[in-house]
Structure formats: C-alpha cells, structure tokens
Design a protein around this ligand. Sequence first.
Ligand code: C2E
Ligand code: CA
Ligand code: CA
Ligand code: CA
Length: 275
Amino acid sequence: AKQQGRGTYRFFEPLMDAQARARRDMEADLRTAIAEQQFEVHFQPLFNLARKEISAFEALVRWQHPVRGLIPPIEFIPLAEETGLIIPIGEWVLREACRQAITWPEDIRVAVNVSPVQFRNTGLNAIVLQALTHAGLAPDRLELEITESLFIENVEATLASLHALRAIGVRVALDDFGTGYSSLSYLRAFPFDKIKIDRSFIVDLLKEDGSTAIIRSITALADALGMETTAEGVEEVEQVDILREQGCSSIQGYLLSKPVRDDEVAGFIRQLQSR
Ligand code: C2E
Ligand code: CA
Ligand code: CA
Ligand code: CA
C-alpha cells in the first residue's frame, strides 16, 4: 500500500506543478492587468416594477485579456481574492462605477459588488468615500452588494464598517439571498436597504414547486423590515407576472438586458424610459 501511495504521488506531481504554474502565471497576468488597466465594467439594469422605470445599474467587472479575450469574473475573482489583488481591482471598479453613474439621470443608482476581502481591509470606507467625492456622486446613489459570507469572520468590525457607510447615505444590499445557511439571522443583525433574491428561486418559479410561496414569504419579510427586494436572473415574461403579484420591488435579468458596455447605457436608458 505504501508503495502504491508513493506511485500515486509521483503520478500527480507533474499535474500539481502544472496547476501551480498556471496559478502563478495567472497571478502575474492579473498584476499586469491592474497596471495596464485591462478591466472593463459592464452594467446591467434593475427595473422597478411599480414605477416602471430603471432604478439602478449593477456594475459587473470583466477582464479584457490581451491573448485570452474577455474573461468573466467567475474565472479570476477567486484568485484575486486569495492574493489580495481584489483590493486594487475592487477600488478601480468602484471609481469607474461612480464615474459612469454621474453621467446618468439622478434617480438611477449604481450597484457595486464588494468582496469580503475588501471589507477585511480597514481602508474600505475611505476608498468608498474617495470614489464618491472624486466623481461628485451623492452617497445615496451608490448601493454596495455584499454576500452573507461577509459575516463569517470579524462580525463586529464588519457591522461597524457597514453602519458607518450607511450613516453617510450609502445603501447596502444583501446579494444572493437564500443560498446561505442562515440568511435570516443576518437580516436581524443589519438593516439592509435591499434583499436580492438569488436566481435559483426565480428559475424554479415556473415549475410551481413552492417557489412562489418562498418568494411571497421573502417579500413579506422584506416589507415588514422596510427593505426592498430585487429578483435576480429573470428571463421569462411569466416570471415577471408572478414576481409582481408576489410584491417584488424590482427585477434584473436577461429578459430586460444582459450587462452592457458603458457607452451603451445612455441609449438603453432612453429606450426603456420611453416605453
Ligand atoms: P452576482 O453579483 O450575483 O451577479 C449576477 C450575475 O448573473 C452576473 O454574472 C450577471 O451577468 C448574471 N446574470 C444576470 N442576469 C441573468 C440571467 O437572466 N440569467 C443568467 N443565467 N445570468 C444572469 P457575471 O457578470 O458573470 O458575474 C458573476 C459574479 O461575479 C457576480 O455574481 C459577482 O459575485 C462576481 N462579480 C462580478 N463583478 C464583480 C466585482 O466588480 N467585484 C466583485 N467582488 N465581484 C464581482
Ligand atoms: Ca451582485
Ligand atoms: Ca447575485
Ligand atoms: Ca450570484
């Protein structure tokens, strides 16, 4: 058995080397990307069902790699988080998002995803404030989207940071709601402005397997706590009807639009507002 174990190890050794090398290469590429500003922010609209107008755009980062082309966030955010590179990347996204939002109508907000790693770095609040000031954007036009993994460690410091941001008017949304293990306790711990209902619940809406009842419960809970709700990943008209009936405040998804480049946002606003 011992010999077999060693054999297995030898067999995997080159594979592990290759993986480690790929990781090192990607980390080096990420550093170059930051220095050479190879990132792009795309924007996806959130549509308010009662007012029938766009309420916000969510900023979603992409990496325009010189060789590999456009790389989606799922392929580089985890490594950026492990290496801490998410801090400069996240700062750039925040500044870029605020810089774009100031060119939009005043009643349209910008939503920015913030990684728990950015929160662990004590400078986050100053970075947010600086991005707002630099762009001349009112704090209540910025909404930070956080996931509940944020609360796993350092709860006290995280809550203090969130309260300070909220005190200056920045809005805070709980992203991917319903995917964690104890979402409800976080609603008690912090007064979010909004709950974003995870796409997995929206996908199942048309199956009528209890998803409608879950959506109704979430919107009732949000109402009672004075929070708005956004349904993520809406792709079908039929889903919109159910979501409206169940009291959801706003929707987001490919039905309305995929994330678009910054220069496409203005035309998009005109088109949707004139409906
Ligand atoms: P998320 O925050 O949950 O963002 C929603 C994701 O769902 C986006 O993917 C969006 O393009 C996609 N989506 C929107 N509507 C639909 C739909 O109708 N159907 C389907 N199938 N998908 C839809 P994207 O842009 O690839 O981003 C993936 C994740 O990467 C985000 O999930 C977020 O967790 C992370 N991310 C993106 N940008 C940033 C960023 O600037 N900073 C950080 N820390 N994370 C980011
Ligand atoms: Ca998000
Ligand atoms: Ca989400
Ligand atoms: Ca998600």
